[in-house]
Design a protein around this ligand. Structure first.
Ligand SMILES: Cc1cc2nc3c(=O)[nH]c(=O)nc-3n(C[C@H](O)[C@H](O)[C@H](O)COP(=O)(O)OP(=O)(O)OC[C@H]3O[C@@H](n4cnc5c(N)ncnc54)[C@H](O)[C@@H]3O)c2cc1C
Length: 331
């Protein structure tokens, strides 16, 4: 194991409900670690529809999904949550001393008094191109997420895809002039990404800052060259195929939780699961009348928090305080 670290609460999933959970726990002075397999926070809002407006967040007549996530990050900043991003939770184990241990794919072990699963639709995993020998190069030459753009400095970089992620990263790298060469490959002439981004890509290609290859696909790879449309060869250092993400329930299914249709069954007065000290909020849970809406997940976060407080402090009384009275204070 790499490290063992303790916080009051571990929240699995940095979607909107997990982030709002940090706020609710912060109000009652419980510190959270938030773990997400993705390299950035926001869950579905950031990965599937960041530029779509949401109209049913109370008090916000219209808010872009990406902006809602930015607002939540701002709202929880005071409580200094610890983020472990790009880490998949593989296991949760109950310990004898009431504590819960959470183990991730990076070999880290995190301990908490309470765990809140806000895992949404499950782990998002990249859609991989169908190329036979792709696994040979995944550790060295292929990135399904961009986490360290600096590594592409002075390198030959190829991005594939026609959605927002592919366009946004191509624009970012071209504008920063990071790469020795930058190629964007897309299988058709029409993009799925935002119109503004498509215009930018076309302008950057006219200025020779991006080598744009339409109606093209990578059909083969070797250690130094990628083959396009079965004939043209291109030198490359890194290939970044950005074909979107698909959710899979993943390891959550193996944690001894009561499940129904791949969702975690909870009791409705505090969203506790069948395991003591383990709660489930947001899209990952199920109960009679459940609605997969962000506002329902926010409500669930508030009720799970006060129940968790009583679980951690059985001798103390939970006192509801209005934020208008208590304010929002650091620990
Ligand atoms: C196109 C679209 C439009 C929508 N429009 C609206 C709308 O207008 N209004 C509305 O209220 N709702 C809307 N929704 C639904 C809303 O996005 C979801 O209800 C909300 O995202 C649920 O939030 P969450 O925090 O529960 O989960 P998610 O947003 O799904 O986040 C869960 C996170 O958990 C992580 N995770 C899962 N398992 C693990 C693991 N083992 N280890 C580490 N990390 C893990 C995932 O990577 C993910 O980031 C829309 C959804 C879609 C797809």
């Amino acid at each position: 194991m790499n490290k063992t670290e303790l916080t009051d609460v571990i929240i699995i999933g940095a979607g909107p409900c997990g982030l709002f959970g940090v706020f609710q726990f912060g109000l009652i002075k419980l510190r959270c670690r938030v773990i997400d397999v993705l390299p950035e926070v926001g869950g579905q809002c950031s990965t599937i529809y960041p530029k779509k407006p949401i109209y049913d967040i109370p008090g916000s007549p219209e808010v872009l999904a990406g902006k809602l996530i930015k607002n939540l990050e701002k709202q929880i900043k005071t409580f200094e949550p610890i983020f472990s991003l790009g880490e998949k939770v593989l296991k949760i184990n109950k310990k004898r001393n009431k504590k819960i241990e959470v183990i991730t794919n990076k070999g880290n072990k995190y301990i908490a008094k309470v765990v809140v699963i806000a895992g949404g639709l499950g782990c998002f995993e990249p859609r991989k191109p169908k190329i036979e020998n792709i696994t040979e190069y995944e550790k060295t030459k292929i990135d399904y997420f961009v986490t360290e753009p600096e590594k592409y400095k002075n390198k030959n970089v190829v991005i594939s895809g026609g959605g927002d992620s592919a366009l946004d990263w191509a624009i970012f790298l071209a504008e920063k002039k990071y790469c020795k060469t930058l190629t964007l490959i897309h299988r058709s002439e029409r993009f799925r990404g935002h119109l503004d981004s498509v215009d930018k890509i076309i302008n950057l290609s006219k200025k020779n800052k991006i080598n744009l290859m339409l109606n093209s696909q990578v059909t083969n790879i070797s250690s130094e060259k990628i083959t396009i449309n079965k004939k043209q060869k291109l030198n490359y250092d890194f290939w970044i195929p950005l074909f979107g993400l698909s959710p899979k329930l993943g390891p959550i299914a193996e944690w001894g939780l009561n499940l129904e249709n791949n969702k975690i069954k909870v009791r409705t007065y505090d969203y506790k699961t069948n395991l003591n000290g383990v709660y489930a909020i947001g899209d990952i849970n199920t109960y009679k009348g459940k609605l997969n809406l962000i506002l329902c997940g926010f409500h669930e976060a508030a009720l799970a928090t006060q129940s968790a407080y009583k679980y951690i402090n059985p001798d103390k009384k939970f006192l509801l305080k209005y934020t208008t009275v208590s304010g929002v204070n650091k620990f």
